[in-house]
Design a protein around this ligand. Structure first.
Ligand code: FES
Length: 120
């Protein structure tokens, strides 16, 4: 077992095979509730689970879809769509949820640090 994968800020959360395509799961990472999604192409993406509009932790139960080539999850409460790559709301760029770096190693999904917002 190597400790090298244990970089600060990265936590193993589940096995890739535990994730159903387009069904979110939640995990506690760095004390934050994170919603993790596996896409059809095998990409795994992670957003904060909290929907700032509904003020509820529901995004993992949202509906996954695409708009153009942008993968999003629509909140189950008010249907606000958030870009799964950046956390930005597709209908209101002033609103976003945190997005987290993700990688898959040896079938294990790791969630890393919160990603900086792209251009401010
Ligand atoms: S957050 Fe509601 S439409 Fe964007």
């Amino acid at each position: 077992m190597s400790d090298e994968a244990r970089e600060p800020g990265w936590e193993p959360v589940c096995r890739l095979s535990d994730l159903e395509v387009e069904r979110g799961v939640t995990a506690l990472v760095h004390g934050q509730a994170v919603a993790i999604f596996r896409l059809h192409d095998g990409t795994v993406l992670a957003l904060g689970n909290h929907d700032p509009f509904a003020k509820a932790s529901v995004l993992a139960r949202g509906i996954v879809g695409t708009r153009g080539d942008v993968p999003f999850v629509a909140s189950p409460m008010h249907k606000h769509p958030f870009d799964l790559r950046t956390g930005e709301c597709l209908d209101d760029a002033s609103v976003s949820v945190p997005s987290y770096a993700v990688r898959v190693e040896d079938g294990v999904v790791w969630v890393g640090p919160r990603q900086p917002r792209s251009a401010a």
